[in-house]
Design a protein around this ligand. Structure first.
Ligand SMILES: [Zn+2]
Length: 399
């Protein structure tokens, strides 16, 4: 009896597959697709990290258009049913100590204007209440986040000014240790946070700014956890138990994050997802670096474009490119250690950087929902991971 059922099921699947290849999705397939589309229409979908502002300022692009070579813009967010896109204002590390605030203001200005230009479909959001109101009106909510505490040039008044101008979150460091906190990259200066760093954390608590600890050193993370009164976030990181990368988070940190009530946004960055891929990418970079240094003097246009292409990481001829299943593995692990109330998404899809197989751009967020459902997550748990958890943080913290 059992055997017959299995065989019949096999035939059904085969028939279903044949139907798909000839005439599109089968009935159950179509129902499942509609199910996920409905889920994305109803549930709040949130991505906690993207560098769109850079393209807006330096390439003069308009987020209302489908951006060339891009992965995130209003049309694509709509197609993916993404309701909240946190936009990072990434500040170059070499501009510290006295030119970083200038770049932050330029990015803030450009992004704010572009959001206003697209007021029919998107709105700047500061608080959780803003986000709920904007999303309920059918628009996309865009909270702004400074990426790199060096942006405030060691000044609390600048922190307050950025908050006044609509910035609701700040990553404590990028890849340098600055005047008050150590990063995970480069040399430590303070063994975590110094006194000014503790004042910055207290001021962010007082202002109602979301503290983001992606990029910080482990010691800085534990100092922040000890100092903050509010829950904190990793906007875009992965799990160190899967890939021991310095940008990823150890199980001890995940447990501390859960005790703090915080959330980790799992990043899509391939070298954070897979150790094997990171090693291959590093080897390729070592080969390409001497060539890339000659780029400005390469006169053969085709060769130059090809070399620039490689430098931007697209179509790297690397085997074992991580897939959406690797991304789901990081989500599973974070859920296992920290709990389902403490995990979200922080894609960091930047133009021309490759995403895991199965995610081309923002429209493919639905594939993550499908993957989570396939792995047995309940409806309520998928809602939390896809956006509910980050909404909780903004409602609790951002003012
Ligand atoms: Zn980053």
């Amino acid at each position: 009896m059992k055997r017959t059922v299995v065989i019949s099921l096999g035939i059904l699947i085969a028939l279903g597959a044949a139907t798909i290849s000839q005439t599109g999705p089968s009935e159950p397939g179509r129902a499942a697709a509609q199910d996920v589309e409905k889920f994305h229409r109803d549930a709040l979908i949130w991505d906690c990290h993207n560098d769109l502002a850079y393209r807006v300022l330096y390439e003069g692009l308009d987020i209302g258009n489908r951006l060339p070579g891009g992965q995130v813009d209003i049309p694509r967010l709509r197609e993916g049913g993404v309701d909240v896109q946190v936009v990072a204002l990434f500040i170059q590390n070499y501009l510290y100590p006295d030119k970083s605030a200038r770049q932050a203001f330029q990015l803030l200005e450009a992004m704010t204007r572009n959001i206003e230009k697209n007021a029919a479909s998107v709105e700047l959001a500061r608080t959780g209440a803003d986000i709920e109101r904007i999303v309920a009106s059918g628009k996309i909510a865009m909270p702004l986040a400074i990426e790199g505490g060096h942006a405030i040039e060691d000044r609390l008044d600048l922190l307050r000014t950025f908050h006044d101008r609509g910035v609701s979150s700040m990553t404590i460091t990028h890849n340098i240790s600055h005047g008050w906190a150590d990063a995970s990259a480069g040399k430590p200066r303070w063994n975590g946070l110094n006194d000014l760093g503790r004042k910055v954390i207290a001021e962010m608590n007082a202002l109602g700014m979301v503290i983001d600890v992606s990029h910080v050193s482990d010691k800085t993370f534990f100092d922040v956890i000890e100092t903050t009164k509010d829950p904190i976030i990793f906007s875009h990181s992965g799990c160190r138990a899967i890939n021991p990368h310095r940008r990823n988070v150890s199980d001890d940190m995940l447990r501390a994050l859960a005790r703090n009530g915080g959330v980790i946004g799992i990043v899509f960055e391939l070298t954070f997802l897979s150790q094997k891929y990171a090693k291959a990418a590093q080897e390729l970079r070592a080969i390409s670096r001497p060539i890339l240094q000659k780029v400005p003097v390469i006169e053969d246009m085709d060769l130059r474009i090809a070399v620039e292409h490689i430098s931007q990481g697209q179509d790297w001829p690397l085997e074992d490119k991580p897939t959406i299943e690797d991304l789901l593995d990081h989500i599973d692990h974070a859920v296992k250690i920290a709990g389902v109330d403490h995990v979200g998404l922080g894609a960091d899809m930047y133009p021309r950087t490759p995403s895991p197989e199965g995610i081309r751009d923002a429209q493919d967020y639905m594939n993550i929902t499908r993957g989570l459902k396939r792995r047995g997550y309940s409806h309520e748990d998928v809602k939390k991971i896809m956006g509910g958890n980050f909404l909780r943080i903004w409602k609790q913290v951002a003012r």
